[in-house]
Design a protein around this ligand. Structure first.
Ligand code: NDP
Length: 330
């Protein structure tokens, strides 16, 4: 008889009401792909929280195994790039949205979606980074491509206690930036300073409707929050600065004027980790191995089990998760 494995399955009936079940599946239940991977570690990202709670339409094929990130070992491959025993990482590509995802003991994927697990990381560490950390790195790289260096002035990180934010604070500090961390959790100030934040600002300073232009406070930024927060971050950006926009924890809207762009030459840099091409992914993972302090990675990680995923998904959309969650599949 075929091996069975645990999975989380999101389904919905004709009434469109969503349900989440823990099920046992066999390889025959998986969707098409040319590489089968034993999932050794995964993580709960904000997007996984949206998928499991149904708060936003992340899932676009029913039923769905959620989970946008995994690290594991190739079991079998019909793709010339991969052989059994290879250790791999998967981030995004619609996995957990339109293709069965990571919250399962086994995943069947397209070989072109996979990158090698960097030697520097265990599967668990790679998932401590996960899409959130890899997105933080993509954001740092976008700021660098825009020509910004720590000499230009401080860098602000919004949603700083979250997954993207925590890794962004650590990376920017290691690269020499004076990091201003914006958080709604003042009790996490010591945690954020431990990751390298030089200053903490209360996110309420940024989350209400603001003026088109404000005092110039930072030269660069990584914004995981969107909405009024991103508008205020842009309004407070120094002449010639740039902000990498990667998230929507406050909202998908952006109530901004063109003033920062046309009066201060500020740039808004869009970050899409899901469909980023392979060369960019490989470069981001190479840089994470170089620029992310392993002690910081440990301090921003909380380990949970497979049975905790659903509760964690609810917690993360309520803004109640600090740093990154790793699910060790056992
Ligand atoms: P987390 O939930 O871990 O972090 C989000 C943080 O945002 C929270 O910890 C909180 O930080 C802050 N926050 C939450 N709610 C609000 C609010 N209403 N107003 C202001 N701040 C708020 O999520 P992730 O770090 O995993 O993801 C962050 C965002 O980035 C999400 O929107 C996610 O969808 C997006 N994302 C986008 C990617 C891309 O490819 N562009 C890839 C990965 C993530 P604090 O308590 O410190 O204020």
């Amino acid at each position: 008889m075929d091996e069975t494995f645990r999975a989380i399955l999101i389904s919905r009936g004709p009434d469109k009401v969503q349900r989440v079940d823990r099920v046992e599946l066999t390889p025959a239940d998986l969707m098409d792909g040319d590489v089968d991977v034993r999932v050794e570690a995964t993580t709960v990202n904000y997007k996984d929280g949206l998928a499991i709670t149904g708060k936003s339409p992340v899932v676009r094929r029913w039923p769905m195994i959620p989970g946008v990130d995994l690290a594991g070992t190739v079991i079998s491959s019909r793709n010339p790039d991969w052989t059994a025993g290879d250790r791999v990482v998967l981030n995004g590509w619609g996995v957990g949205e339109v293709h069965y995802g990571a919250f399962a003991g086994r995943a069947r994927l397209k070989g072109e979606w996979l990158v090698p697990l960097p030697d520097a990381f265990t599967p668990s560490e790679a998932m401590a980074i996960g899409t959130a950390g890899y997105t933080a790195m993509l954001s740092v790289m976008a700021l660098e491509r825009a020509g910004l260096t720590p000499a230009a002035g401080p860098a602000i990180v919004t949603g700083a206690s979250g997954g993207v934010g925590s890794v962004a604070v650590s990376l920017l500090a290691k690269l020499g930036w004076h990091v201003i961390a914006s958080t709604g959790r003042p009790e996490e100030a010591d945690y954020l300073k431990g990751l390298g934040a030089a200053e903490i600002v209360d996110r309420r300073e940024l989350s209400e409707p603001g003026k088109p232009l404000a005092a110039e406070r930072w030269a660069a930024g990584i914004d995981a929050v969107g909405s009024h927060t991103l508008a205020n971050v842009l309004a407070g950006t120094k002449r010639g600065g740039a902000i990498a926009a990667c998230g929507l924890a406050q909202g998908m809207d952006l109530p901004v004027t063109v003033a920062p762009f046309i009066l201060r030459g500020v740039s808004l840099l869009g970050i899409d980790s899901v469909m980023a091409d392979k060369a960019l992914r490989l470069e981001a993972w190479r840089r994470l191995a170089l620029d992310l302090d392993p002690a910081h990675l440990a301090s921003l990680t909380t380990k949970i089990g497979f049975d905790d995923i659903e509760a964690a998904a609810h917690r993360i959309v309520e803004g109640g998760v600090r740093g990154r969650l790793v699910v060790e599949m056992g």
